[in-house]
Design a protein around this ligand. Structure first.
Ligand code: BDR
Ligand code: CA
Length: 334
């Protein structure tokens, strides 16, 4: 009898554990980019939690043709060629385009050899795809991970504001407050590259989470952490180590850090294991005025202005927990 009770208890417990894993229907909007590719590999290696409906690309770290090729490379390396890749905006809404070749190299992917992937782009434009998918989706059912400038989503919202009905949450890699910026003393790249787009997304009233430099600069590579990934001895591990070893050099030198951030991968880690992160709901305003504060995210952490709390701002993350998760998921790939 006692044994039977234990069996029933264990079965109930595992049923409860299974229910806790939330599966997201996910669209990843991205500008690969070294850390974007790591994020894509992490997402595509996690099909139990993430149903990746599509990858949409935008110009950002490099031009659109290269971000689109690199997204398809990540998909190929993950063995997930069935996930469509749609190309979107080739330039920001208003400002002059900027790129980050200094960080990501001419190809947008440092430390590894690139090639033309076997499978091509999906037919149609990313903005049309977003409009069609989100307008037909069940209410508040689709999550968006936005890993680059927010131009595609801003264009979609401008053309069809009603698409917010299909959005469950948008998780953005962008912004900086406590840490300071990486494009100016106050501005982070993804917001600085298209602040007008970020303002439109911010004004749309969807559930928004920001993963800013405040947290990504606390989740740093180390020799040990990269060794752990290299030790997987698979293609994915070798690629991620090749990319990161090269990518982190500039940040380590510039900031005097012991390792480098892998910004965009934190967005995916947040969706997979939100318990690794902490933050709070605050008011955020984006500055798009010409001048020294262009692209700044004004994050009212202490609620000084008593304004609408429009963003969940993530401030801290468990760095070792992140790298354990990344290593475990990469071990599933070839
Ligand atoms: C962000 O800027 C880009 O260079 C990275 O891919 C990341 O999305 C970090 O500021
Ligand atoms: Ca990016």
């Amino acid at each position: 009898m006692h044994q039977l009770r234990s069996v029933i208890f264990v079965s109930l417990l595992s049923a409860a554990v299974v229910q806790i894993v939330e599966r997201h229907d996910l669209i990843i909007d991205t500008d690969p980019g070294a850390d974007d590719v790591v994020a894509l590999l992490l997402a595509l290696a996690s099909p139990d939690e993430l149903n990746v409906l599509a990858i949409t690309t935008v110009a950002g770290n490099v031009r659109l043709d290269k971000t689109s090729r690199n997204a398809r490379l990540a998909r190929e390396w993950a063995g997930r060629e069935e996930v469509p890749v749609y190309a979107g905006a080739s330039k920001p809404l208003v400002r002059t385009p900027i790129y980050a070749e200094n960080m990501h190299g001419k190809e947008g992917l440092p430390g590894v050899a690139v090639h033309e992937p076997k499978v091509g782009m999906a037919k149609g434009n990313a903005v049309d795809y977003l409009i069609e998918t989100l307008s037909k989706a069940a209410p508040h059912s689709i999550t968006l991970a936005m890993l680059g400038p927010q131009t595609n989503m801003a264009l979609a919202l401008m053309q069809a504001p009603e698409i917010t009905q299909g959005i469950k949450e948008i998780v953005v890699m962008g912004g900086a407050h406590f840490n300071g910026g990486n494009m100016s003393p106050v501005a982070e790249f993804n917001i600085y590259a298209d602040p007008h787009a970020a303002q439109i997304v911010l004004a749309s009233d969807v559930k928004l989470t920001y993963i800013p430099l405040d947290v990504t600069h606390k989740i740093l590579t180390s020799e040990q952490r990269l060794k752990q990934i290299a030790g997987l001895n698979n293609q994915a591990g070798m690629l991620v180590c090749g990319i990161l070893n090269e990518y982190v050099k500039a940040d380590m030198a510039h900031y005097g850090l012991p390792g480098g951030p892998v910004h965009d991968a934190s967005v995916i880690a947040y969706l997979l294991k939100p318990e690794l992160f902490t933050g709070k709901q605050i008011n955020v305003v984006i500055d798009s005025r010409e001048g020294i504060t262009f692209g700044q995210t004004l994050a009212d952490w202490y609620d000084t202005l008593k304004q609408d709390k429009n963003v969940f701002w993530v401030k801290n993350g468990d760095a070792q927990g992140f790298f354990n998760l990344l290593t475990a998921r990469l071990s599933r790939l070839k």
